[in-house]
Ligand binder design. Structure first.
Ligand code: PXP
Length: 247
């Protein structure tokens, strides 16, 4: 009997935005997100994620080049679908750009991008990023309608918003998990690489990491928060270990 092939190694992208949030609280240059990126590289993280927000509340323009120069890890730049962000992405040429919805008053990215409703706005952006050899990803809800929109937009990657799963309990959490697993399978079946992120912690990461189609998880707030207590190295190392155990 032939055995099912082992799922590909699940990459861990570490979102270092909240190192910059703490730095910005005092307006100086400490703690430096560049140092965080170097630690992530040293402990075997697979990538750095950073979200340049319109209001620059965490990562700032000057951080992008510094982060890219500091390690060999690929940078996944999260960006709103605006002309300003597109120009910045094209100027820096990160490995990947993840298009996220952005509302100024929100505390964090509260839901997925409406790729279905915004096709005409997104299509030229996807083309320009793709033409610059940037891998485009769309941060969407785990929902067939949004995946179909991603297929029409010909993006190579979708990242599923795991916030609802992370905040749900009991039966509702199981339902969300099934929705995410079905979405990952649908994306993969259509040749799109599925990623996931938002709200993942040591306690809730494993059922997501066990979904074989996932190629990458992007995790930030919890890892940086936990780093206060156990250090960033240990925080990343432990997340890596939990992800590996789940595969
Ligand atoms: N992926 C994307 C696209 C995000 O916008 C974020 C941050 O909101 C994350 C992953 C990481 O989420 P968290 O900080 O909750 O781990």
């Amino acid at each position: 009997m032939t055995q099912a092939p082992a799922p590909p190694r699940l990459r861990l992208g570490v979102n270092i935005d909240h190192v910059a949030t703490i730095r910005n609280a005092r307006g100086g240059d400490h703690p430096d997100p560049v140092r965080a990126a170097q630690i992530v590289a040293a402990v075997g993280g697979d990538g750095i994620t950073a979200h340049l927000r319109e209001d620059r509340r965490h990562i700032r323009d000057a951080d992008i080049a510094r982060i890219m120069a500091a390690t060999n890890l690929p940078l996944n730049l999260e960006m709103a679908a605006t002309e300003e962000m597109l120009e910045i992405a094209l100027r820096h040429n990160p490995h990947a750009a993840c298009i996220v919805p952005e509302r100024r008053e929100e505390r964090t990215t509260e839901g997925g991008l409406d790729a279905a409703g915004q096709h005409n706005h997104l299509a030229p952006m996807v083309t320009r990023l793709t033409d610059a050899n940037i891998r485009v990803s769309l941060f969407i809800e785990p929902d067939a309608r949004q995946i179909e929109a991603a297929i029409r937009l010909r993006v190579p990657i979708v990242e599923f918003h795991t916030g609802k799963y992370a905040h749900a309990q009991g039966e509702e959490r199981e339902t969300e998990l099934r929705r995410i697993a079905d979405a990952a399978a649908l994306a993969a079946k259509n040749g799109i690489e599925p990623h996931a992120g938002h709200g993942l912690t040591f306690d809730n990461v494993q059922p997501i990491a066990a979904i074989a189609q996932f190629a990458e998880l992007n995790i930030g707030h919890y890892l940086i928060g936990e780093a206060i207590f156990i250090g960033l190295e240990e925080s990343v190392r432990k997340m890596r270990e939990l992800m590996d155990l789940a595969r």
